[in-house]
Design a protein around this ligand. Structure first.
Ligand SMILES: Nc1ncnc2c1ncn2[C@@H]1O[C@H](COP(=O)(O)OP(=O)(O)OP(=O)(O)O)[C@@H](O)[C@H]1O
Ligand SMILES: [Mg+2]
Length: 266
């Protein structure tokens, strides 16, 4: 069932907003379109500066769009709304709050920080293996642990949509692989739709049902690749011909490797 629709979305940053004496407007996205289903995991790949963060922010209603339409769960997006969780590249936790209080922060804002919410927060911390750190402060945690707290904070109000902007980009390879498996587990539990921006082709393929490849700025969707690897997925799938083939197709769409003669994109 279709959950989200991004139609001919355009974003222009006007010269007078850009500062630094910019003379020309900057077209970040032009005619970006894609759909996604309820519960679908969509990875977004594209060159640095092409407009992926801007697109996620427009889906969240945090940045106004210059044209086109975005519909989430049957409603037109025209400003921030409650029913999504956003995970940024940096965990951005509040240093004076405990881990548990950080996870519960959205419920404070929504005025729903009750005993049910506290129970859910503890469940989420258990799910990500941080039960013993509920009373710790962020500075007492490693980067990967902090990002797990940020993930719990994004999930505490049980959003149907999870927006993730290079959430594991700053982590070491091993922690990143562990976080990928954790995310697959959480996604199975919550059934949320996920839009996941990454620079890693391998991560994009490993996680997704569908990989969207964006062009250079002004960004458009140049390819939509469906990933036919089954679930549950485990790291061993990375060493299969199907996985390598999916990585190759994404690399071709990004223009990193020349297209294989006669190999049609799925
Ligand atoms: N608030 C803003 N004001 C002016 N220009 C902006 C603003 N936000 C983004 N831009 C410009 O829009 C373009 C796209 O930026 P964006 O951050 O969306 O790219 P990105 O694809 O997320 O890049 P990266 O992969 O490096 O994170 C860039 O040229 C950037 O300079
Ligand atoms: Mg970005």
């Amino acid at each position: 069932m279709q959950f989200g629709s991004v139609r001919s979305v355009r974003k222009v940053f006007l010269a007078n907003e850009l500062g630094g004496g910019a003379q020309e407007d900057l077209v970040a996205l032009d005619d970006a379109s894609f759909d996604f289903d309820a519960g679908e995991f969509v990875s977004l790949l594209g060159p640095s500066g092409c407009g992926k963060t801007t697109l996620l922010r427009m889906v969240a209603g945090l940045t106004p769009r210059s044209g086109g339409s975005i519909t989430i769960n049957g409603k037109d997006v025209d400003g921030p709304y409650g029913d999504y969780g956003f995970v940024f590249q940096a965990p951005s936790l509040m240093p004076w709050r405990t881990v548990l209080q950080n996870v519960l922060f959205p419920m404070d804002v929504l005025k729903r920080n009750d005993s049910a919410a506290q129970g859910r927060a503890r469940e989420l911390l258990a799910l990500v293996g941080l039960s013993d750190f509920a009373s710790s402060r962020p500075h007492q945690l490693s980067g990967g642990m902090q990002q797990r707290v940020a993930l719990c904070r994004a999930l505490i109000h049980a959003p149907k949509l999870l927006l993730m902007d290079e959430p594991f980009g700053a982590l070491d390879e091993l922690t990143r692989l562990e976080m990928n498996d954790l995310l697959l587990k959480i996604r199975k539990e919550t059934q949320a739709s996920v839009l996941f921006v990454t620079h890693s082709i391998s991560e994009a393929v490993y996680l997704a049902d569908k990989v969207l490849v964006f062009s250079r700025r002004p960004a458009r969707v140049v390819e939509q690749l469906s990933v036919s690897l089954g679930y549950p997925r485990s790291q061993a799938v990375r060493f299969t011909p199907e996985f390598t083939q999916a990585e190759r197709r994404a690399s071709e769409a990004l223009g990193i490797v020349a297209p294989t003669a006669g190999a049609g994109l799925q």
